[in-house]
Design a protein around this ligand. Sequence first.
Ligand SMILES: C[S@@+](CC[C@H](N)C(=O)[O-])C[C@H]1O[C@@H](n2cnc3c(N)ncnc32)[C@H](O)[C@@H]1O
Length: 225
Amino acid sequence: MGKNKLSRFADNERFENVFQPDYFTTRDQGFALKGRWAPDFFKNELPLSLELGCGKGDYTIGLARKDRNFNYVGVDVKGARFWRGAKTAIEEGLDHVAFLRIRIDQIANYFAPEDKINQIWITFPDPQPREGKEKKRLTSPQFLERYRLICNPDTVVNLKTDDRPLYEYTMQVVKEQGLQLLEHSDDVYAQMPKEHPVASIQTFYEKMWLEMGKKIHLVSFKLFP
Ligand SMILES: C[S@@+](CC[C@H](N)C(=O)[O-])C[C@H]1O[C@@H](n2cnc3c(N)ncnc32)[C@H](O)[C@@H]1O
């Protein structure tokens, strides 16, 4: 393993805004912040904004800089990536930001409806294009069911992707499940106002896709029918 990665792992161990729970400990003893993120960690009563597959945490940090009316948790299985976001949050005094290293499949062990999750951002997820892999897509009916265990009737899900088939698949899931479609665009930068968060914050992967000339797509919908 590279020296850089090792030093990032060491940083993550001591960063107060990073949580790296052990799967088996959580399974046997539960996770203390589940349902209690705001009062016990953030020391406030704000609702929560989640970013799933947050990578370096660019979107989490971008939103946190713009709007202090939420707490923000970036979730990813790769701690060396979100080290960047965690360090930035500390340097900038963004004490309403945290990062959680878990598999998203396990999300219901770490949050509860009491966490008042207002919005979920899914930013440039792996599209899982192969037939038979649909249930691994983060907007599949199986994942939406997991999110429903921890969310509220008002929760909004936002998908940002460069992948046209994933965009169309998600639009289809929204339709089939009778969910309310709030916003959609197959070309965010041509169609949405520049000040809109969706057009004004760019992630690491998004910048790469834009440089390659790809179009960015958005689907925003209510999680519950
Ligand atoms: C293509 S990257 C996008 C990262 C970031 N959102 C961006 O736009 O720059 C997808 C991210 O999702 C994470 N990921 C994929 N499947 C996951 C899972 N089941 N649980 C947790 N993280 C996952 C990967 O580790 C990776 O960082």
